[in-house]
Design a protein. Sequence first.
Length: 305
Amino acid sequence: MENDAVIEVRGLTKKYKEVLAVNNLDLNVYEGDVFGFLGPNGAGKSTTIRMLLTLIKPTAGEIKIFGKQLYKHREEILKNVGAIVEKPDFYLYLSAYKNLEILGKLSGADTSKKHIMELLELVGLEKRYKSKVKTFSHGMKQRLGIAQALLHNPKLIILDEPTTGLDPQGIKEIRDLIIMLSKEQKKTILLSSHILKEVEIIANRMIIINKGATQIEGYVKDLLSKDALTTEIEVNDTDKAIQIINNSGLEIKIKSFSNNLIMLDMKPENISNLNRLLVNNEIEVTGIVKSRSLEEYFLKITEAK
């Protein structure tokens, strides 16, 4: 596969009568990625995922998975793809074990007790393997859904909003599971989510789409380090420091200040200049912390369009 590309999408378009759901979309997911797939509601994420899984046909464009044309090699490709689209469905009055056994037989996967119990242990449900699924919490059902997606040991896992409706503990469980699948199981994961903080924690690469079109794609750390940063500076004299900042001529916006802390919006290249300026004016700088949240970046990208 060229450049170890697992998913290559070029010019992907889906039109429903007068509605353009996906508009000439390009994206690249590489082997080993945890790839964050982001966009506002109605941006075309779920439609794109359905096209990747051949649940709906594109109007135009090309999809390659594992270096092969998806619609020419559909059966071969999908044998190596596991997915959760929205919430997984189970036989509620059957046990977790029995559900996996039935679903495995339907898909032709390994249904040996050893394999099923290994999967249940992997998602932290081995102690509840005899329990009926109707007794499971929403988070437990989501974890069982991931076990189902792993039945045939896929190379690529596609998760569409796997943490929707979960409480903070459930979100953490799914996050930890995704990290483990990436690092220990060496799976490539495409993760669509509206919980931006989770994507920021676990994804190494991401794309933001809006109105069905690509807005930005790249490495999370690189994208979040561009342009203006939220920078927290700790000083011994806040009032004097603010006066120096306002008269500095640097492109810096003061967001807030309290006690000895000043919150600023500024470009990365101005941080050293500001530090030097403050120190030269006898201001003691005891700390500088720069950060930019994915939420800030997401809103900047999507609200500008």
